[in-house]
Design a protein around this ligand. Sequence first.
Ligand code: NDP
Length: 244
Amino acid sequence: MSNIQCKVVIITGASSGIGEATAKELASKGAKLVLAARREDRLKKLQEEIQNNGGVAIYKVTDVTSHEQMEELAEVALKEFGKIDVLVNNAGLMPNSFLYMKKIDDWNRMIDVNIKGVLYGIAAVLPFMREQKSGHIINLSSVAGHFVGAASAVYAGTKFAVRAISEGLRKEEAANNIRSTIISPGMVKSELTESIDPNFKPMIDKMYEDAIEADSIARAIAFAIEQPSDVAINEMIIRPTSQE
Ligand code: NDP
């Protein structure tokens, strides 16, 4: 039996890209999924596809910027499946622009979703995982959590923060049998670049011609989950081979 079989996994940002691909990968390996995002039509379609392929999934419309909604998400998972084995804090956005452009709304959205969303996810599941004396929290950072590019200061700041939070979580919860994994993708085909300022979009689209498929990241996430419980994959960087 795979180590993923019957694990209860909450995935935020499951309505597209990496989250959707991760849901399909984990469902095919027997996980019981709780899919979360804001777009209900997408979640419903994904749930139906998973169920039609013999998998198990429920969904809950959730905005990760709401602490209350994240608590409700954890409660739904517990009510339906009785435990939470894994949380994949995947929801994120990247409306990149230069600082002088003062896109303050975009800065706030990135901070709210990419940082606070991750914290609210951790807050929602950690008490149950501590009680269970087991659990696994997987946070999506980025290569931008290691290197800062022009027009990426705020996004990179949020992804550095995700790595810092994950490392703090690892140290605090190691003794409680709770694993922490940072996933740092390079360029991946998804809807992420759609919110980039039109001034940079053509340049980013050109760069993203080499982007890899979202299921590359899904496989890395599955690899981290399927390790024996005494083995923690703390970080993986997954880039297109051609990405410098
Ligand atoms: P997508 O844009 O395809 O997916 C982003 C997901 O986040 C969507 O499902 C969206 O769902 C969800 N989301 C956005 N805001 C919220 C919110 N407030 N509440 C709940 N869900 C929200 O991008 P990716 O799949 O590429 O991105 C997934 C993660 O991977 C992000 O954290 C991103 O930063 C990271 N990443 C991606 C890279 C890439 O090249 N694609 C590279 C490095 C990291 P909805 O709109 O329905 O709420």
